[in-house]
Design a protein around this ligand. Sequence first.
Ligand code: ZN
Ligand code: ZN
Length: 251
Amino acid sequence: MYLPPLPLLLLLRPLSPSDRDIDAARPGQSIGCGAEFSSFEPTTFRGKFHMYAYAVYQACEGRGGNCIILSSMELPHFKYHPNPTATGSIVPSAEVCPVCGESRGFAYDGIPYGSNELEHICPWCIADGTAHEKFGVEFTDTKGVGGYGRWEKVPTKVIEEVAFRTPGFDSWQQEHWFTHCGDAAEFLGPMDKEDLEQMGPEAIEVIRAESGQQGADWEYYFSKLDRESTATAYLFRCRHCGQLGGYSDCH
Ligand SMILES: [Zn+2]
Ligand SMILES: [Zn+2]
């Protein structure tokens, strides 16, 4: 077996950013290379940075390098969409945000409503309203807040916070945002059958009742619920009384 000389062996070691590199890194900065990082899942680095190498590696592939992009910033808090990375609305990204012109490690996974087809908007430009103010984009149709009259009416400032400053979500049809107790509810995510079962009987009943189906029809529809195809359920929780709400739709 051929063994390369020591210096070459060192070069073949997985490249890992040094502690100094990590401490000095700015959000969105690329500080390391190496294909081995492609298998990394989101994690923290030295308790300070979040590394989302997997998706970023894929995004960088076309540029002839495998980059690691670190973000030292906490994601902004969205009170009506508290965990947008779990719901899939905010994803790790190496792309440049079209609003602030920076690559900050995360982006909106969708195209908001508006005349410009803006992709890869960073969550900070959503949260502080810059994306809406600069380009007039909406992340949810204002009439969708309250489900086009299906649920409670809420104050205009609530509608604006959901539509203009909160990541939306992808629905097969128009998005409906559940409202309750005079406020918009928090979005828990797109759900399939197993997700709803994990959320418990109340969640299943909410989606069943809204679908208008029962018996064998419902059992069949329920078994077909999926996050990616056929039909999807969208679940919300009231921020005041905890009431679950939502709907399902299919394409
Ligand atoms: Zn931005
Ligand atoms: Zn409520």
